[in-house]
Design a protein around this ligand. Structure first.
Ligand code: PHE
Length: 346
């Protein structure tokens, strides 16, 4: 076989090998076998030096044409293999966007938080400020400044957890009355605040009692504040919370820090007053304690009780939520049972 035939033979074999190649590795091998240092074409070209001057350009042109052809077909094959790979990947990784996704459980705000925020919203709209208090309080603010001196019998109703003789877990949010009055600059105008937060009592936990619960204290102190202001304010708030048809009933009561003191009932929002299980067949639901700030409480904050007057009230957050949503066990608020909590997810 002369050199010309050898090149022709190599060309035929190579082209048919190239057609059969199906993966990149074999393709690259083929190039090494052909053009590598010890490649077949390389070997042939080495033999060129033994050719005559007439033969050399002919064989050279032949070899170059073959190398060029191989280069073009090699690149085309490479593209073909890459496209096949890409198509296979697309095929196997197809996403069915109509399949149902993994459902993500969303958390929600606790129903007590929702209730608190709703009440805060109402009072913010009336120009009240919202203040935070201390769950760990002093005897001084929790009792003495609320007109409950050391031996006062009404302390028994609010027995609590003592840390020392003088430091305790607050039994109500009322100490925030004294604290905000102390801090307020009355030369710049009156005080309007609500103070939500957690309170503690020595109680045995059952469906309606808990040793810790939440209140919202309210206090307005200014010149010429009267009981009519208290009535108007609570009337508006209760109607916003429980419906425009609600009526309020005011009963005389006793708190050491208010005089006069009242307990306020609302007409039953379920039966409208006819009597049902929610209002225990009385037509009325007890909803909060309130009253005119006792002169002693004003004076202890350095205010002249003949110039300043005020009203205060205390709302139970759990009680409001229980009434509104028909919750009959207070412990549900604290147990963190998702089946309870998710009913109120917003
Ligand atoms: N602090 C009282 C209680 O916990 C409620 C209250 C607040 C009453 C303000 C009158 C005025 O029972």
């Amino acid at each position: 076989m002369n050199l010309q035939e050898k090149i022709e033979d190599l060309r035929k074999r190579t082209m048919s090998d190239l057609r059969a190649v199906a993966d990149e590795k074999t393709l690259n091998n083929l190039r090494t076998v052909m053009l590598g240092k010890k490649g077949e074409l390389t070997e042939i070209l080495k033999g060129m030096k033994d050719l005559t001057n007439e033969e050399r350009p002919v064989i050279g042109a032949l070899a170059n044409a073959f190398r060029d052809e191989f280069g073009v077909k090699f690149e085309a094959k490479k593209v073909e293999i890459e496209e096949a790979l890409m198509n296979a990947a697309l095929e196997s990784e197809t996403l069915d966007v109509t399949l149902p996704g993994d459902v993500q459980k969303k958390g929600s705000r606790h129903i007590l938080t929702q209730t608190q925020e709703e009440i805060e919203e109402i009072f913010l709209g009336m120009g009240y400020e919202i203040v935070d208090g201390y769950e760990v309080e002093t005897d001084h603010y929790n009792f003495e400044r609320m007109n409950l001196p050391k031996d006062h019998p009404a302390r028994d109703m609010q027995d609590t957890f003592y840390i020392t003789n003088e430091v305790l877990l607050r039994t109500h949010t009322s100490p925030m009355q004294a604290r905000t009055m102390d801090a307020h600059d009355f030369s710049k105008g009156g005080l309007r605040m609500i103070a939500p937060g957690r309170v503690y009592r020595r109680d045995t936990d059952d469906a309606t009692h808990s040793h810790q619960f939440h209140q919202i204290e309210g206090l307005v102190v200014d010149k010429n504040i009267t009981m009519a202001d208290l009535k108007g304010t609570l009337d508006l708030v209760m109607k916003k919370m429980f419906g425009q048809d609600r009526e309020l009933r005011w009963r005389p009561s006793y708190f050491p820090f208010t005089e006069p003191s009242v307990e306020v009932d609302i007409s039953c929002f379920k039966c409208g007053g006819k009597g049902c299980n929610v209002c225990k067949h009385t037509g009325w639901i007890e909803i909060l304690g309130a009253g005119m700030v006792h002169p002693n409480v004003l004076e202890m904050s350095g205010l002249d009780a003949s110039v300043y007057s005020g009203f205060a009230f205390g709302l139970g957050q759990e009680r409001i939520a229980m009434l509104r949503y028909g919750i009959n066990d207070i412990r549900g608020f604290y147990q963190g049972d998702v089946r309870f909590l998710e009913q109120f997810g917003k």
